[in-house]
Design a protein around this ligand. Sequence first.
Ligand code: ZN
Length: 385
Amino acid sequence: MRPIRRDDQGPAVAEIRSILVSLDLLEPAPGADFFDPTTEHAVRAFQQCRGLSIDGRVGAETWRALDAARWRLGDRSLYHSVPDPLVGEDVRALQERLLEMGYDVGRADGIYGGRTAHAVTQFQREVGLTADGSCGPYTMHAIRRLGRKVVGGRPQWLREVDAFRQSGPNLVGKTILVDPGHGGPDRGVVVAEGELRWSEADLAYDLAARLEGRLAAAGMRVHLTRGPMTDQALSDPERTRFANEIGADLLISIHVDGHANPAAEGVATYHYGTGNGVTSTVGERLAGLVQREIVVRTGLHDCRVHAKSWELLRLTRMPAVRVDVGYLTSAGDRRRLIQPAFRDQVAEALVAAVQRMYYPVELDVPTGSIDVRTLRAVVDVPATA
Ligand SMILES: [Zn+2]
């Protein structure tokens, strides 16, 4: 779908405006169906508070977020519906309340799936309501009343850390999904230089392939979301589904950035999180390791780690990060990205980050210190100890 953007007009714009009005991001103006600068401003504000990419346009991901945002907790009864689960902001609010109370709903992804229904059933049983897994007025009232009493930690994320620790320090047998961004007709950022054309899709695939070989050599089961020449572009929900279906332990998505300003440069890493303090602890740790290892080993400018609620990070059930390795639009970054030796350095930084994820904290090592060529030997030590 072509993004709906500034100067567009029609019923779709009217609908977007009405949702933005209901969210108090826009002044109501009856009958308005024109995407004016004020509308664009409101879209940006919405994207910012949802942790989406801020471009002021309504593409597929922003539309799904807007559509889901209509629902407030209490607007409707919530129940587990198969195969078309209820999706919305109200479901996400419910999941966050349940998480705060210590129920295991997985990630607060805004989808009323089996795990959410199970957590609701548990809650209902414990407070003496009919345990049917649906969230009608009585259950809603009970959750509202009790939810406020619970303060403090985020049990779900502590569980995630625990599960991760328990899986042991050995890379052998763990499954990782490496996701080269874009592909097929979608080339991502493209820069022409004389006769040459550099594309993000090609560079991301090359980086992924270098990473794949090294991780496989360390004993991991490695999957790639796409080959070098996929004819169809994969959507983020498709990549997410694949990651969940193969039961990956980790997901690393690789992109290269681009900007109209040629001075923009550097590496940034993203993990799941929202503006209101909900974050994936394990994802945040992986993002921090990826970012530091790349910065220390390559000297790319440090554009830091950021929390985002992109679907790829939010709907995946394993710790997931996305790294944007340099700007293809920066002459300095580009000169480095096109060198195979530089891409090897990046791949080694990523392997070192993955390895450090599985080290117990007390065995962790300084950034830049893992020699990935001897990784297998390093890995086997804690495994046999
Ligand atoms: Zn990209």
